[in-house]
Every structure is written in C-alpha cells, then in structure tokens.
Design a protein around this ligand. Structure first.
Ligand SMILES: C[S@@+](CC[C@H](N)C(=O)[O-])C[C@H]1O[C@@H](n2cnc3c(N)ncnc32)[C@H](O)[C@@H]1O
Ligand code: SF4
Length: 369
C-alpha cells in the first residue's frame, strides 16, 4: 500500500506551540505552490496511491477555488489512482459552507478539524483565532455538506489547562459524535514562542489528563487504536496506520517526507528553496537516508508499538532486541499477545521511555543478547 501526503504550509497566524512548516503572510504564493505540487509529482517515482492526506499547515487557508484546483492537479498527477481514503485538514476560522461543498465534491472522505480545546480563553492564550462556537458551527456545516467522517484534533498539557477544562472539552466534542479524535500531549518545541517563554510541562498532570481522556473516550464508544488516536469502528485513519506499519508513502510539498522501498527522504522546509528547486525541475530533497541494521529494526518496533493492538515483529527484530524486550516485559511496560508485541496499559502511559530502547544510542550489545 502507498499513501500520498500533501503538505500545505500556509497558516493565518502561527500558534505559540507549533513547530511545523507553517508560514503566515505567504498566501500570495498559494497558486505558485499548487503548480509546484503538480510538477513535483512528476519528479517522484511513479506510484499509484491508495490514500491521500492533505495536511499542514492549514489546507483550509486555500479558498474554495484553490481547493478545487488542488484536487484537480492531484487528479492530473495521479490519473489512475483509486483512493480508499482522502483526508483534508482545516481550522474552524477558515472553513465555510462553500469550501466544504467543494471538498465533498472533490471526494474528501475525512475532514480533520483542529480545535485543541473548547475553552475560549485557553484558545486565545495559545494563539488560536477561533472559538469553540466557531468549531461547532463548522462541524455542523461539514455534516450538512455530507463529508463522510470528521476527526477532531485536541491537545492536553497546555499552560493553564485544568482537568476540568479537558473534561469539558471532551464532553463538548463528544456531544457532536465525531468518527475520530486525535489527542496530543503538548511538546514544547524549540523555535516556538512557548519555548522562548520557558513553558514547562507537568508530567503528573499530563498523565492524569491522558488517563481521564482514555476513560471518557472509551465511554463514548471510541476505540483507542494508537497512542494519540481514537476511532469509531471502521474509522481508523488508514493513511496513518500505513505509517506505523512502515508502508510506503509519497510526500509532496515543503517539509514533506517520502518512504519508498526503504529510502526515507524529506523536502526542504522553507518555501523559497522548495519552490526554486521544483521550478528548476529538481527534487527539493533536503535529507535522505536508508535506515539499516539496528536503526531499521528499532524503527519497526517504535512505530509498531504505537498501535495499541501492537504488531508482529520480524525475526531480525526479535533477535536483535531480545535483551531490551525481556527487560521491558519484566518492568511491566510491554507484553506478548500470541505472535504480537504490544504495550501494556502502563506502557501506553510511559511510551516515550519504552521507545528510547529502540532509538540510538542503543544499549550495549550484551543487554540485547
Ligand atoms: C500541525 S497541525 C495541522 C492542522 C491544523 N493547522 C491545526 O492547527 O489543527 C496538526 C495538529 O498537531 C498538533 N500539534 C501541533 N503542534 C503541537 C505540539 N507542539 N505539541 C502537541 N501537539 C501539537 C495539534 O493538535 C494540531 O491540530
Ligand atoms: S497548529 Fe496548525 S494552525 Fe497552528 S501554526 Fe501549526 S499548523 Fe498552523
């Protein structure tokens, strides 16, 4: 299976926590960027994707005509593609009925709306420009437009966010019955306003929030299928599950990554060099690597373990990480379920500690034997 990721790096303003390739004040470049995406597709190895994910940045910063143009260009670039899933990310302040109609007509099957929190004061304090009411209005418009599934992006561990605030946010969102919810714990990334302000996360409160969310989402009938993702039956993100299973994917756009036949590459994050390379008929690759040896096997583990049901490890992985795996099991963080390796409930809470065992620098050889 091959996925296609298309990165749209435009945002109205930069949120205080965000380190993604997302630029404000660049909307005049959109038409040029859309042309570059189509040109880039012709420079990549020919593959027919089964899933499409238009993410960002904020794809809904494109106006209705530009949204239609984007899908038309993708159809031209991949004429034989039969997509089983097509996701489009948007923010409440840049989605309206007209745009949602265009997306529905273009075959979008999943709309992913970024809410983060339903607490209006908290939204302002992290640099968001919409209210909870804006989100609810857009959610209903998306239903009316006939988009088959809606996912909602939320965050916990934001400065000043309380357990009650998170509970109220989940109640508010679940009352609308979304098919899918993503919930991310705040990461304070370098190069963000939060980092400059010295924002720190509270690990204990973060864990309480994550536990609260797991219980509340389960009661609402959403299945916890990946560390940060919940879905109603039949609504897991196929595109993202393919990442965690180390399937192939093509990436178009600034900062987009591809993984094809064991080669991982990613594009320049900045708009100007990305556009310059593509317009000169060159790929915009900034980095390329072929994960091999322990690195490749470790990646199989830390990606596969993100899925709550776990994964069936390759023989090479079992052999190379026998020692660390035995230690993780003895600590009660992982377990075997038939042939599968998976996290225990405690391991789900401490997943980042578990993953450390599978990324360089690795334990000395004797710990693996
Ligand atoms: C990169 S955004 C793109 C979608 C859209 N622009 C939005 O704001 O929702 C995807 C999601 O990543 C999450 N995110 C971004 N930065 C984060 C951070 N520093 N820590 C945790 N989650 C983050 C937010 O939940 C956000 O909705
Ligand atoms: S969180 Fe979304 S809207 Fe905010 S800066 Fe990042 S990509 Fe843009």
């Amino acid at each position: 299976m091959t996925g296609l990721y298309v990165h749209i790096p435009f945002c109205a303003v930069k949120c205080f926590y965000c380190d993604f390739a997302a630029f404000s004040g660049q909307k005049k470049q959109i038409e040029r960027y859309l042309a570059a995406l189509e040109a880039e597709a012709a420079l990549l190895p020919p593959r027919l994707p089964q899933t499409l994910y238009v993410g960002g940045g904020t794809p809904s910063e494109l106006d209705a005509e530009q949204c239609a143009q984007l899908f038309e260009r993708l159809r031209r670039a991949y004429p034989g593609a039969r997509l089983t899933e097509s996701t489009f990310e948007g923010n409440p302040d840049s989605l309206d009925a007209e745009k949602l109609e265009v997306l529905a007509r273009a075959g979008v099957t999943r709309l992913s709306i970024g809410l983060q929190t339903a607490d209006d004061e908290l939204l302002k304090s992290v640099g968001r420009r919409h209210s909870a009411a804006d989100f609810a209005r857009v959610f209903r418009l998306a239903r009316a437009a006939g988009l088959p599934a809606i996912s909602v992006d939320l965050m916990y561990g934001l400065p000043g966010q309380s357990l009650d605030s998170l509970r109220a946010t989940l109640d508010f969102v679940l009352a609308l019955s979304p098919e899918h919810v993503s919930l991310y714990g705040l990461q304070v990334e370098d190069r963000t306003l939060f980092s400059k302000r010295g924002v720190e996360t509270d690990e204990d409160l973060g864990r309480e929030m994550y536990e609260l969310a797991i219980a509340q989402l389960a009661r609402a009938g959403l299945e916890h299928y990946e560390i940060s993702n919940w879905a109603r039956p039949g609504h897991r993100s196929r595109h993202n599950v393919n990442y965690w299973r180390r399937g192939d994917y093509l990436g178009l756009g600034a900062s987009a990554a591809s993984f094809l036949g064991g080669v991982r590459s990613s594009n320049d994050e900045k708009l100007a060099p990305y556009l310059a390379a593509i317009e000169a008929g060159r790929r915009a690759t900034a980095e390329s690597e072929v994960p091999a040896g322990l690195e490749e096997l470790g990646e199989e583990a830390f990606l596969g373990l993100r899925l709550i049901e776990g994964f069936v490890p390759s023989d090479g992985l079992r052999r190379a990480f026998e020692g660390p795996w035995a230690v993780l099991k003895a600590r009660g963080l992982t377990r075997e379920d038939g042939p599968r390796w998976r996290l225990t409930p405690e391991g789900v809470f401490t997943a980042n500690d578990v993953f450390k065992e599978f990324v360089p620098p690795f334990q000395p050889q004797e710990a693996r034997a």
